[in-house]
Design a protein around this ligand. Structure first.
Ligand code: ADP
Ligand code: MG
Length: 215
């Protein structure tokens, strides 16, 4: 097995405001060495700092490449029975939702979540001699409160720890899903129950996206 935790860094392109204000790019991303170099534009004489990661993606990166390199191996492992988590972290406006969800109706802009649904169900449909069980949950952490987005009555849930199976959310609902369509339906239900809509780009709250599958 390779390293169990891997870190990918993705830099998004400038948005319209940043372009208008002639912002300067302070990051240099080198895919061949997986390095991100950051320079301080106000202190030209300062030596730029370089950090290396498992994967780096510059502002030209394509959703499908991010998926194939970073997410696909995790979903592959899940389909073989391992646990896997894909977690996006970053300041608001940095591209978490774009990377995780993307634009669902534009094939080349689909993010990690819809691409993983496709991978999961095409694998299952191509494996007639194996049995799989796919269950989905969808939660949001808002103001320190865990909210079940698939519950008819979302209320604060408790975070617990089991000595053998680890951390879990007590009473979190989960649904057995048998197709991409059923999975997408759940996403739509959950999306509507989110406190801060995905389309509200100006929110100042940082959120993260989490995806768990059991096979
Ligand atoms: P976050 O979820 O981290 O708050 P978003 O995913 O909503 O950030 O991204 C902020 C804005 O930048 C959105 O308009 C999004 O479409 C755009 N964006 C983010 N990443 C990219 C990218 N890699 N390529 C093009 N546009 C992007
Ligand atoms: Mg977001």
């Amino acid at each position: 097995m390779s390293e169990s935790v891997k870190v990918a860094v993705r830099c998004r392109p400038f948005n319209e405001r940043e372009k208008r204000q002639n912002e300067i790019k302070i990051l240099d991303i080198d895919a061949s060495s997986c390095a991100v170099t950051i320079k301080n534009p106000k202190k030209q004489q300062e030596t730029p700092k370089t950090f290396t990661y498992d994967y780096v993606y510059d502002d030209n990166s394509k959703q499908i490449d991010v998926y194939n390199m970073t997410a696909r191996p995790i979903v592959d492992a899940v389909l073989e029975g391992y646990n896997g988590t894909i977690f996006a972290y970053g300041q608001t406006g940095t591209g978490k939702s774009f990377s995780m969800e993307g634009v669902r109706d534009v094939p080349e802009l689909r993010g990690i979540i819809p691409n993983s649904f496709s991978q999961i169900f095409s694998h299952i449909n191509a494996s007639p001699n194996k049995q799989f069980l796919v269950r989905a949950s969808y939660l949001e952490i808002y103001n320190e409160e865990v909210r079940d987005l698939l519950s008819k009555t979302p209320k604060g849930l408790e975070l617990k720890e089991h000595p053998e199976t680890g951390v879990y959310v007590k009473d979190l609902s989960n649904f057995v899903v048998k197709s991409i369509q059923e999975m997408e339906q759940l996403i739509n239900v959950g999306q509507k129950n989110r406190i801060v809509g995905a389309t509200n780009m100006n929110d100042h709250l940082s959120r993260s996206h989490n995806l768990h599958h059991n096979s």
